[in-house]
Design a protein around this ligand. Structure first.
Ligand SMILES: Nc1ncnc2c1ncn2[C@@H]1O[C@H](COP(=O)(O)OP(=O)(O)O)[C@@H](O)[C@H]1O
Ligand SMILES: [Mg+2]
Length: 588
């Protein structure tokens, strides 16, 4: 080794020097005992030379030592660093070899500060780390448990789980939900859902281990179009239309409520009903009321047993989709859904509102010929309904004349019920629904009616209906001229509808409120209704512009006659309009 040899050399030269020193002091004595000065000088010179040499070597060693020292320092630093690294690795190894922590779902705090959690479906009472307050943890939140099963850390909410559908809301904390395959489960709401509006049919995220529902999920497209909730409308909300309601009940309610009688008499229940007639007269209202009534009666009839009925409300225009085949797919989905419910014994009403948006006579489409595929899809589905005893289809349309005739053929929507505009009597009944006896009435009316609310309402309605249905000059609305030269005048009453009456009453109530705020005199009076009717009348002035002239002909019962002229007469404006030619296939 080079280092070893160097050391050896150094030692040797040192010994040599010492020898030389000892020679100097001890001295080499000649045999004669005399020191030869010349020799002595030589020797000393020698010694000096060797000492100088020695000094040089020493100087060199000093440099080497310095270097060694520096190297040493470097080495120490490296060693310290290595030690630190080993420590860190040790920690890592410890972490990696520690037992796994368990996740739990928080359920609540107990009086003794311990908490209840669910661990893989098991409810456990565990202790909480003193630094964490039980009050800060939300129901359904995740916790980390250590080896000793103490909760040591609070985490967020589980983002994954099962999709379930709400079947019933039991109380503000609990729901009945449906799992796959019609299995039902009672679940609790986790913190994020408490206070949220949850309704039947909603899709929720369920953590199956804890039984908490954590999140409201967006519904699929079809589900947004199709509402499953039983509507909150009863026959009592409908004014007039008694005979129509009876017809609908016979066609829809009887087969559902007395299925056994129908089968005993070998009578096939109808598959479908079409409600048709002018807009705003109660078609949608009736369909909803039928569904609500069936649902209520089935609940009564076989109490204890769950005989919930389903109402699939399909809004025609919403199902209309610009993507080719998409509307067809959704129609298929609607019937599939109905089938699923019906197969488990639940009666299902499928309500296609505003049908004319979807099921036009084939070959008449303006924008595209989508009817060519949608209509057959609907026919195929409704023909398939035969096999499902528990399904009935109700359709509604303002324009039954536009529907493809195949839809109205026997075995499809073959029961057709016309929902007419209200006559005077009907209008009275509708007014009664909105002008109730518990409203505040103006002092003038109170005096006139001798403080008897029933009398007051009666008189208000009479005034309003008289105004609406009067055939005096001011109430002339429209004059049409037929191709054969005959003229016919239509009055405001010819366009009356439930929706309009409801609008009149709302408007009148607003007038009364405004007057109260201005003058401090509270209550509704006849004048409010009259004014409201006049305003409604004016607002409808432009009706002929936006509606198909054929409609007027139908109102007059003269559908065969072609209209060549329309003149609006509402208000003072008596302006003449040429009939705009609107193709019958166009949806208005
Ligand atoms: N016969 C009626 N009795 C009470 N309200 C009615 C009646 N007809 C219509 N309405 C009111 O007008 C609104 C629209 O009626 P709707 O049933 O939707 O008409 P459509 O025949 O166009 O389906 C209803 O929500 C209701 O407020
Ligand atoms: Mg409607």
């Amino acid at each position: 080794m080079a280092d070893g040899r160097k050391k050896q050399e150094k030692q040797n030269s040192f010994r040599k020097t010492m020898n030389k020193f000892s020679g100097k002091f001890g001295g080499d004595v000649s045999e004669t005992g005399q020191r030869d000065p010349e020799q002595e000088r030589e020797r000393l010179l020698d010694q000096i030379a060797s000492m100088e040499e020695e000094l040089n070597t020493l100087r060199q060693s000093g440099g080497q030592l310095d270097q060694a020292f520096k190297q040493n320092e470097k080495l120490t630093a490296a060693l310290i660093e290595a030690k630190n690294r080993i420590d860190a690795l040790k920690e890592e190894v410890e972490k990696l070899t520690s037992p796994p922590a368990t996740y739990a779902i928080f359920s609540g705090v107990n009086d003794d500060e311990s908490i209840n959690v669910y661990v893989s479906g098991r409810k456990m009472r565990v202790l909480l780390h003193p630094d964490i307050s039980g009050k800060d943890i939300k129901i359904g939140q995740q916790l980390v448990l250590n080896e000793a099963l103490n909760a040591i850390e609070v985490c967020g909410f589980e983002p994954q789980g099962e999709v379930v559908r709400v079947k019933d809301v039991l109380d503000p904390h609990r729901l009945v939900v449906m799992l796959r395959g019609e299995e039902e489960l009672v679940v609790e709401l986790a913190s994020p859902l408490l206070g949220e509006h949850i309704s039947v049919g909603d899709h929720l995220l369920l953590d199956a281990h804890s039984g908490y529902v954590l999140e409201k999920l967006p519904k699929s497209e079809v589900e947004e179009v199709v509402l499953e909730e039983i509507p909150d409308v009863s026959y009592d909300n409908i004014g007039g239309l008694e005979s129509q309601i009876e017809q609908v009940r016979d066609a829809v309610e009887l087969p559902f409520l007395h299925a056994e009688l129908f089968s005993e008499h070998k009578l096939l229940p109808p598959k479908g009903v079409l409600l048709y007639g002018p807009p705003g007269c109660g078609k949608t209202l009736i369909a909803k009321a039928v569904a609500a009534s069936i649902s209520e009666k089935l609940g009564d009839k076989k109490s204890g047993k769950d005989l919930r009925s389903f109402f699939l409300h399909v809004k025609g225009p919403e199902l209309l989709n610009k993507y080719v085949g998409e509307s067809e797919r959704q129609i298929r989905e609607v019937f599939k859904k109905a089938k699923e419910r019906a197969d488990t014994g639940h009666p299902v009403i499928i309500f296609f509102d505003e049908m004319d948006a979807l099921f036009r006579t084939r070959g008449t489409g303006v924008s595209s010929d989508m009817e060519a595929t949608i209509v057959p899809q609907f026919l195929a589905e409704i023909d398939g309904v035969e096999r499902l005893r528990n399904v009935i289809v109700i359709g509604a349309t303002n324009r039954q004349d536009l529907l493809d005739p195949a839809i109205l053929r026997a075995g499809r929507l073959d029961i057709k019920i016309k929902i007419e505009r209200p006559d005077k009597e009907g209008a009275m009944s509708i007014f009664k629904k909105y002008l109730t006896e518990d409203l505040p009435f103006h002092p003038d009316e109170m005096k006139k009616g001798k403080n008897n609310p029933k009398k007051i309402v009666e008189s208000l309605m009479k005034d309003a209906v008289a105004e609406m249905y009067s055939v005096r000059e001011e109430n002339k609305f429209l004059e049409v001229t037929y191709a054969n030269g005959e003229k016919e005048t239509f009055f405001f009453k010819d366009f009356a509808s439930g929706a309009m009456i409801e609008g009149v009453v709302s408007r009148a109530k607003k007038h009364a409120i405004k007057r109260f705020l201005d003058s401090g005199v509270k209550g509704l009076k006849s004048g409010d209704l009259i004014l409201a009717i006049k305003q409604e009348f004016k607002e409808n002035e432009d009706l002929p512009n936006t509606t198909n002239p054929d409609d007027w002909a139908k109102i007059a019962g003269r559908s065969s006659e072609k209209i060549v002229h329309i003149r609006t007469m509402a208000g003072n404006a008596s302006e003449t309009r040429e009939v705009e030619t609107v193709a019958t296939g166009h949806y208005l």
